[in-house]
Design a protein around this ligand. Structure first.
Ligand code: INI
Length: 157
């Protein structure tokens, strides 16, 4: 037996309140991320009353919307869902970069878990692979990380 003290989270949704901030761009993909995230939350004991969905125009706007949600102070974690698909879009890198930086900043400013469920891919095919087909579902992964973080932060006190 080791004497090392380990503090970790579990995957019991408990009473945590979760807000999913969902980009409308590439909705064909993003709706599957949303379904994956909702399914994961429900299967881990989170009731629909503990869940709020907020819609944002696109990935670029998601961080600001997350910031406003965090300011309200009524959720334990935010799950950001979107899809940035290169496919010839000139400002792809800008949108993806701003979204990533912005989400990390909101998490640090508010001490709130902000799970990153924004796909950044080169093609629609890659997006489909990560939205519930052969490479899993990024929305589900983000929801699992949010559940674990809510539990971990509780256990850290
Ligand atoms: N928004 C996305 O969510 N995904 C994209 O792939 C995307 N591309 O490629 O342009 C995208 N652009 C829109 C952006 O998020 C803003 O909504 C728009 O620029 C208005 O501010």
């Amino acid at each position: 037996m080791s004497d090392i003290k380990t503090i970790e989270g579990d995957f019991t949704g408990g009473k945590g309140r979760y807000c999913l901030v969902v980009g409308r761009w590439n909705s064909f993909i993003v709706e599957h991320l949303l379904q994956g995230a909702l399914d994961a939350l429900r299967r881990h004991g989170v009731s629909d009353k503990q869940i709020t969905v907020v819609r944002a125009p696109g990935a670029f706007e998601i961080p600001l919307v997350c910031k406003k949600v965090a300011e309200r102070g009524d959720v334990d974690a935010i799950i950001a869902l979107g899809a940035v698909i290169r496919g010839g879009t000139p400002h792809f890198e800008h949108v993806a970069g701003e979204c990533t930086k912005g989400l990390a900043a909101v998490g640090m400013e508010f001490g709130l878990p902000v799970a990153f469920g924004v796909l950044t891919v080169d093609s629609i095919e890659q997006a489909v692979e990560r939205a519930g087909t052969k490479a899993g579902n990024k929305g589900e992964e983000a929801a699992m990380s949010a559940i674990e973080m809510v539990s971990l932060l509780n256990n850290l006190g």
